[in-house]
Ligand binder design. Structure first.
Ligand code: BG6
Ligand code: MG
Length: 228
């Protein structure tokens, strides 16, 4: 290993210790499957979800997403109906993701994870999804993670910082030593409220609260990106 790289690794270890990744839209593009499943569900009450509305559902939990869709559709529903629809949506989503494989990992992600490990960072997942582990298994991403915090482990969804604070706790590092990667503005807000650095993946206008924004992981040099 070159002396320069060794030096940079030391600097990285002193400043930040962990990288916390959102899943949907950051590591894999599951938004298309969520969109399809919600659109299918909307047929129950003759509602056609638009792409713009689907954008607003990024990072939002399943229960909160249904509430928003019912609000947009101006549809009243009993708790029993809502519960049945939540099950229907998820069964549909599970069928759609059942064929996922490593080819659906977003460009540059594997190389970036490798660089981050080599720089000595711990890696955790901080996702709102209750299906995160299935997706990590199917894509083979699971072996990269030192801790996994997902929708099954939290009470409050993003923008509440709970998911990232639990990630830091699981890794035994302080929040200030964490860098979060997020594609949703609710996720960036959660990271900032947790006292962490936030790197947005996507549109700088949507993710204006982030400390830095990159369009994707493609060709990204971790050694430069992670120094603040
Ligand atoms: C987030 C997605 O990661 O997880 C949302 O961006 C989704 O679109 C949420 O609603 C919950 O996912 P799941 O798999 O528990 O329904
Ligand atoms: Mg996301």
């Amino acid at each position: 290993m070159g002396i320069q790289l060794e030096k940079k690794q030391k600097i990285h270890r002193m400043v930040h210790k962990a990288c916390l990744f959102d899943l949907d839209g950051v590591l894999v593009d599951t938004a298309i499957y969520h969109f399809q499943a919600w659109k299918n569900l909307g047929k129950n009450f003759d509602y056609e979800l638009s792409e713009e509305q689907n954008e607003e559902l990024k990072g939002v939990s399943r229960v909160a997403s249904l509430d928003r869709i019912l609000f947009w559709a101006n549809k009243e529903a009993s708790q029993a109906e809502k519960n049945a629809w939540l099950i229907e949506k998820n069964e549909n989503y599970l069928a759609l993701i059942s064929h996922m494989n490593p080819s659906e990992i977003l460009p540059g992600v594997l190389d970036f994870l490798k660089q981050v490990k080599e720089l000595g960072y711990l890696i955790a997942l901080g996702s709102a999804s209750k299906n995160a582990e299935i997706i990590l298994q199917k894509t083979g991403l699971i072996s990269w993670f030192d801790a996994i915090i997902d929708g099954n482990h939290v009470q409050k969804s993003k923008p509440d910082p709970e998911v990232f604070l639990k990630g830091a706790e699981a890794l035994k590092v302080s929040p200030e030593a964490c860098i979060v990667f997020e594609d949703a503005s609710a996720g960036v807000e959660a990271a900032k409220r947790a006292g962490m650095k936030a790197i947005g993946i996507g549109d700088p206008i949507v993710l204006e609260e982030a400390d830095k924004v990159i369009p994707s992981f493609s060709g990204v040099q971790a050694v430069n990106l992670l120094l603040f």
